[in-house]
Ligand binder design. Structure first.
Ligand code: AMP
Length: 370
């Protein structure tokens, strides 16, 4: 099955091919044709499966087909976090590059002026998180009366984050006659109920979760205050049983700071991240491979593609704010049948992240005494 078989028109096919996609992922293969035909879709899939294109491509094609002289928001994508909203916005820019459709992204935590200006200019597609959307709706900046296509993304995460009441308030303002594409990684009771309420004769599509790779890894979580994390890390690394360790931080600066703190405690470590020169990265990796260096501090992006044998421990100094990188991180240990341990530090603000990781894994992570 190729993209050409899905019923997408030439402008979208060209964009998808330029993005380097060679064949559709399973969720795309199963969801795109019914969505293009105007059916409601219930998609059981998580980030990393290609679900953004699974709803994004049909959405753009259908809007493009209905020419409208006056600009109005005709499609709404609701997603729980600003990171996801931003990613969806970028994907839409990629997929829609040859179309005359305008989209914008609105989320909380940043100044709203630019978002309001874009709304005022007129857009066809709005990607939003629920809180900021309700705020701007309440003040008259957003009118959803012309929405004919609604995407609810990561519905289960909306539930976990306590956004379901907000989501329902948004939905109450949507026209009843519309197409709905509903995506969720898991289907707990309240989500199934919401899906039943929203979807008319939906096509159900599901893809398997990615979690199994990490099953051999012993996983532990330590609850620790943010401030106490460096001390805790030094304690663990000094304990002796931790040999070849990758420590994951969220940011490049965080990685640099941590390497300094470790050095002050007499633990030699090197950081690898996007701001490091290729030479510095290669030196760090060679040192790690040869055993001269026992600790590597990395960001997710830098760690992608690194293949080092014999990693005994992965330490999540910070938990990723979406669950899939967790699985990729811990999959770096316990390669090729070896056993490994992953220890995650979780501060009070990260508890929601832990919850979504455990949901993805389908089990509780062992609590280690702090
Ligand atoms: P998503 O699950 O939508 O977040 O997509 C995960 C990643 O897969 C993104 O980086 C996409 O650009 C990429 N992707 C989506 N569909 C395909 C495809 N058919 N072929 C290759 N990469 C893809």
């Amino acid at each position: 099955m190729t993209f050409d078989d899905l019923g997408l028109h030439a402008d979208l096919l060209r964009a998808v091919k330029d993005a380097g996609y060679r064949e559709p992922t399973p969720i795309q293969r199963d969801a795109i044709p019914p969505a293009l035909a105007g059916r409601d879709v219930l998609g059981c899939a998580q980030t990393g499966t290609g679900k953004t294109a699974a709803f994004g491509l049909p959405l753009l094609q259908r809007l493009d087909a209905i020419a409208d002289e006056e600009t109005a928001i005709r499609a709404l994508v609701l997603t729980p976090t600003r990171e996801l909203a931003a990613q969806i916005g970028e994907s839409f820019a990629t997929y829609g590059t040859h179309l005359e459709l305008w989209h914008t992204v609105i989320f909380g935590g940043v100044k709203e002026g630019k978002q309001i200006a874009e709304l005022d200019r007129g857009i066809d597609v709005l990607v939003a998180t629920p809180g900021r959307l309700l705020d701007l709706m309440g003040r008259g900046y957003v009118d959803l009366r012309k929405v004919s296509l609604f995407v609810l993304d990561e519905a289960d995460r909306m539930l976990d984050m306590g956004f379901l009441p907000d989501v329902r308030r948004v939905i109450a303002k949507l026209p009843k006659k519309r197409q709905t594409l509903f995506f969720s990684a898991t289907m707990p009771g309240p989500i199934r109920k919401l899906a039943n309420e929203l979807l008319h004769d939906p096509v159900s599509v599901a893809v398997a979760p990615v979690s199994s790779a990490a099953e051999k890894v012993r996983q532990e979580v330590v609850f620790v205050e943010k401030k106490a994390k460096p001390r805790k890390l030094i304690e663990l690394l000094s304990a002796g049983d931790i040999a070849h360790t990758i420590v994951f931080t969220r940011t490049k600066h965080g990685a640099n700071r941590l390497v300094k703190k470790l050095a002050n405690a007499g633990i030699e470590a090197a950081a690898i991240h996007g701001n490091k020169s290729q030479g510095a990265r290669t030196r760090a990796l060679d040192g790690f491979r040869s055993g001269a260096l026992n600790v590597l501090v990395a960001t997710d992006i830098a760690a992608r593609g690194i293949d080092v044998e014999g990693i005994s421990h992965v330490i999540n100094f910070a938990l990723p704010n979406v669950p899939e990188p967790y699985v990729h991180r811990i999959g770096r240990t316990a390669r090729a049948g070896a056993s490994g341990t992953a220890v995650s530090f979780c501060d009070p603000e990260e508890k929601a992240y832990l919850k979504s990781i455990e949901k993805l894994l389908g089990r509780r992570i062992h609590r280690r005494a702090a």
